[in-house]
Ligand binder design. Structure first.
Ligand code: SF4
Length: 378
């Protein structure tokens, strides 16, 4: 099947079915970049309020470059993978220094920025600047492997290269045909189907942007991992997986690693209206975020008294269950048991463990997700 055949079908479908997402109302590369970084590992409906809050607080590259670390972590609080937000600030400062505070238009220059890989550079250049740059994420992989009946594991180098080539072919086709006016004399002498295809694509003034977004949108709304809606799919007539009854088998991805259970015990100490918290150091998961003093314990045992001794050097006189938080991050299924404890005045807890924060300060600090759930019930 000629891959180009699906281009006008996707563009027409996208024009009629694209969701009205806030970052689709702009062509500002900064705003699109923020949305793309937030959307990594996170669903659209979760990202919308985060993106809107971020754009109100930090509407420009300059405002991001100037922001305090606590502000950017607080704005990102709940999205996880906090290296992303620190890389964004580095990137904003680099753009101001090396590109006169204008987001670079050149694909290679975008790709050199911290935290921006091939997918994100392609997304920014195609969506913001309508360049014929391909994108390949989980949604696009699912659509392409099914439509073209690609059997191999998308992580294998050869299969992955083929998918990138296909994605590039499609966006270049959208670009080439939309760049020519449909009334061009050459279109008249060509077979009717080709002329029709060009005519339909020519109506899309930002065909590269729309083509890439249509692939992502189709994967998110129609060609989903579970229960794909082949009955309403715009490319069903061309889809190899549907014709060969292989929809459920594709993409042929590596099975996920089994989940690992981890258990933590946390302690909430209150003194004079303030609560003891600590900041996670640099170089660890959730670096720079705040949390209640806690320690990982064995799954089957985990005596909270011994856990408390490990942190405070003493076994607290009082220990009462406060709450249990269940939390998933990557392949880890985390259980966090929180306990109230009475502070022991014989130990200088603030120096050895963290700092005492007032209620208003607690709500200004960025917390790791599981600990934010404890904070919510205090
Ligand atoms: S026909 Fe079904 S499997 Fe094929 S692209 Fe459409 S939704 Fe996906």
């Amino acid at each position: 099947m000629n891959p180009a055949k699906i281009v006008p079908l996707l563009l027409d479908w996208f024009t009629r079915n694209a969701r009205d997402l806030p970052w689709r109302r702009t062509q500002d590369p900064y705003a699109i970049w923020v949305s793309e970084i937030m959307l990594q590992q996170t669903q659209v409906k979760t990202v919308i309020p985060f993106w809107e809050r971020w754009m109100r607080a930090l509407p420009t590259l300059r405002s991001l470059a100037r922001a305090k670390p606590q502000q950017i972590h607080k704005l990102w609080e709940g999205l996880g993978y906090y290296t992303r937000v620190r890389n964004m600030q580095k990137t904003a400062r680099l753009i101001i220094k090396n590109h006169q505070a204008r987001f670079p238009v050149d694909f290679e220059a975008v790709l050199e920025l911290p935290g921006i890989g091939r997918y994100t550079a392609g997304a920014i250049c195609s969506i913001a600047f309508n360049q014929p740059r391909p994108i390949l994420d989980g949604n696009v992989i699912r659509v392409l492997t099914r439509v073209f009946g690609i059997d191999g594991n998308p992580r294998d180098r050869a299969v992955n290269s083929r998918l990138w080539e296909l994605a590039e072919h499609l966006v270049r086709e959208a670009h080439a045909t939309s760049a020519q006016p449909s009334t061009h004399p050459s279109a008249i002498s060509r077979p009717k189907t080709i002329a029709n295809r060009k005519s339909r694509i020519a109506n899309h003034t930002r065909a590269c942007s729309q083509l890439n977004q249509s692939l992502m949108e189709l994967g998110a709304l129609v060609c989903t991992a579970r229960q794909p809606r082949c009955d309403i799919c715009p490319v069903a007539t061309l889809c190899v997986a549907l014709k060969d009854r292989r929809v459920e088998q594709l993409p042929n991805s590596t099975p996920r690693a089994p989940a690992t259970r981890r258990r933590f015990v946390a302690f909430v100490l209150k003194r004079d209206g303030k609560v003891l918290v600590r900041q996670r150091p640099a170089g660890v998961v959730n670096a720079h975020l705040w949390e209640f003093p806690n320690v990982e314990v064995a799954n089957d045992d985990g005596d909270p008294r011994q856990a408390a001794r490990g942190i405070f050097g003493i076994v607290p006189a009082e220990l009462a269950p406060l709450c249990r938080v269940q939390h998933s991050i990557t392949r880890y299924r985390i259980r966090l048991d929180a306990f109230w404890t009475a502070p022991d005045h014989s130990v200088d807890l603030s120096e050895s463990v963290g700092k005492w924060a007032s209620e208003s300060e607690l709500h200004r600090l960025p917390f790791a997700s599981a600990h934010r759930k404890i904070l919510a019930i205090l």
